[in-house]
Design a protein around this ligand. Structure first.
Ligand code: NAD
Ligand code: TDX
Length: 372
C-alpha cells in the first residue's frame, strides 16, 4: 500500500500501540492516524503526548465492544487501514479474570471485522484498497521443550492460558474474514516485547520498578522459563514490513532470536542497575530505598514465589519467513535494547508511579506469595 492512508490504530494508548503510533507518524507523516482506545488500566494518553498535536492525528476514547461507535468512526474518517492492537494482554490477569479477555480479544475483534466488512466489502463506496492488520502473539502456539524447534507459521495452535486462547480465537476470526469475504488481512505473531511505556506488571518493567524501590523481585517457579525478547521498535518495524510487503491473508512470525531464562534476565538486570547507580550518584538520592543506593547488590531482592498456573515453559520464534520474504531484521540487540529501556525507566519515574494499579497488586501478592 502507498499514498496517504487513513489508519485506525486500536489500543494505540497501550505499550506497543503507542510506540507504533509514534513510529508510524514519523515514517508516514501524510497518513491520517485515528487512535481508538478505551483507556483501560493499561491505556494512557500520556503515552501519546509526543504525537498529540499532529494535524494528521486524532484520539477517540471509545471501546471496541461498542459496534456502532466503530461503525460511525469508520464512516466519518473513511478508514481504509486498521492496525489492531487493542487487547487484554496480561497472562496473570487472564487467570484472575478471563471474561474480560473473551470480551475484548474475541468479541471486540469480531466487531472490528464486521465494521470493516461493511465499509470495505459490502459498501458501494468502498475504498480502492484496504488492510486489516492483526497484532497477535507467539503464545497461541503453546509451549516448547528444551530441544524443540522454534515456532514457525506452520506450528499447530495449542494455546494454554485464557489470554492465549482468546488471541488464538481472534487470529482464526481474522483468517476467516479473508477466506470467506475476501478481506485483505495480515497477521503477525510476535514474541515478548520490552521497551519504553510498558506497563509495570510485565516482567522487565516490574523488575526495574521493584529494584529501584527496594521491593522483592518475584521469580515464578524456579526461574528456568524461557522467553524470546524483542525491543518494541523492532516489533513496529516488523509490522510495517508485514503491512507494506506481506502477502494478503498471510501470517508472519516476528521475534528477536534472543532466548533468555527469566532468572538470567533478572540477574542481568540487577547487575545493570548496580552499574547505573555506581556511575551516577544522583540515582541514590532519587531512589533511596534501592539496595544499590546503600551499597548492596540488587540481586539481594530476588525472591522465588509460587509458579503461575499453567505456566508455559518456553517460547521461541522462527522468523525465517519474515526475514527472507520481507527483509525483516531486528535493529537492537538485547544489550542495546535493554539499556535503552533501563535508561527510559530511570528517567521517567513520574510515568510509572502514575500507572501502578493498587487493587491488582493485592491479588498478585495473595496469589504469588514467596515459595518455601
Ligand atoms: P497493553 O495492555 O499495554 O495495551 C492494550 C491497549 O488496548 C490499552 O491502551 C487499552 O486501553 C486498550 N484496550 C483494551 N481493551 C480495549 C477495548 N475493549 N476497546 C478499546 N481499547 C482497549 O498491550 P500491549 O502489550 O501493548 O499489546 C498490544 C497487542 O500486542 C495485544 O494485542 C497483544 O496481544 C499483542 N502482543 C503483545 C506482546 C507483548 O509482549 N506485550 C507480544 C506479542 C503480541
Ligand atoms: O513477576 C513476574 N515474575 C515472573 O517470573 C512476572 C510478571 C513474570 N514472570 C515470568 C512469567 C513469564 O515466564 O516472566 C515471564 C514473562 O512474563 P510476562 O512479562 O507476564 O509475559 P508473558 O506471560 O510471557 O506474556 C507476554 O509476552 C507475550 C505478554 O504479556 C503478552 O501480551 C504477549 O503476548
Amino acid at each position: 500500500m502507498s499514498g496517504s492512508r487513513k489508519v485506525m490504530v486500536t489500543g494505540g494508548a497501550g505499550f506497543i500501540g503507542a510506540n507504533f503510533v509514534r513510529y508510524w507518524s514519523e515514517k508516514y507523516p501524510t497518513d491520517r492516524i485515528v487512535v481508538l482506545d478505551a483507556l483501560t488500566y493499561a491505556g494512557n494518553p500520556a503515552n501519546l503526548e509526543s504525537v498529540a498535536a499532529g494535524e494528521n492525528y486524532r484520539f477517540v476514547h471509545d471501546n471496541i465492544l461498542d459496534a456502532s461507535a466503530i461503525d460511525e468512526l469508520m464512516q466519518q474518517e473513511q478508514i481504509d487501514t486498521i492496525v489492531h492492537f487493542a487487547a487484554e494482554s496480561h497472562v496473570d490477569r487472564s487467570i484472575h479474570e478471563p471474561d474480560a479477555f473473551i470480551q475484548t480479544n474475541v468479541i471486540g475483534t469480531n466487531n472490528l471485522l464486521m465494521a470493516a466488512r461493511k465499509h470495505w466489502i459490502d459498501s458501494d463506496n468502498a475504498p480502492t484498497t484496504h488492510l486489516f492488520h492483526h497484532v497477535s502473539t507467539d503464545e497461541v502456539y503453546g509451549t516448547l521443550g528444551p530441544d524443540d524447534p522454534a515456532f514457525t507459521e506452520q506450528t499447530l495452535y495449542a494455546p494454554n492460558s485464557p489470554y492465549a486462547a482468546s488471541k488464538a480465537a481472534s487470529d482464526h476470526l481474522v483468517r476467516s474474514y479473508h477466506h470467506t469475504f475476501g478481506m485483505q488481512v495480515t497477521t503477525s505473531n510476535c514474541s515478548n516485547n520490552y521497551g519504553p511505556y510498558q506497563f509495570p506488571e510485565k516482567l522487565i518493567p516490574l523488575m526495574i520498578v521493584n529494584a529501584v524501590t527496594g521491593k522483592p523481585l518475584p521469580i515464578y517457579g524456579d526461574g528456568s522459563n524461557i522467553r524470546d525478547w524483542l525491543y518494541v521498535e523492532d516489533h513496529c518495524r516488523g509490522i510495517d514490513r508485514v503491512m507494506n510487503k506481506g502477502h494478503r491473508g498471510a501470517t508472519y512470525n516476528l521475534g528477536g532470536n534472543n532466548e533468555w531464562r527469566n532468572i538470567d534476565i533478572v540477574n542481568q538486570l540487577c547487575k545493570s542497575i548496580d552499574a547505573a547507580f555506581a556511575a551516577n550518584a544522583h540515582l541514590a538520592e532519587q531512589f533511596p530505598d534501592a539496595p544499590a543506593a546503600k551499597g548492596k547488590n540488587t540481586e539481594s531482592l530476588v525472591t522465588f514465589v509460587k509458579d503461575r498456573l499453567g505456566h508455559d515453559w518456553r517460547y521461541a520464534i522462527d522468523a525465517t519467513l519474515a526475514e527472507t520474504e520481507l527483509g525483516y531484521e531486528p535493529q537492537e540487540n538485547f544489550e542495546s535494547g535493554f539499556q535503552l529501556t533501563l535508561d527510559w525507566m530511570l528517567n521517567n519515574e513520574a510515568w510509572w508511579r502514575a500507572v501502578m494499579d493498587g487493587s491488582y497488586r493485592d491479588w498478585i501478592s495473595k496469589n504469588y506469595s514467596a515459595a518455601g
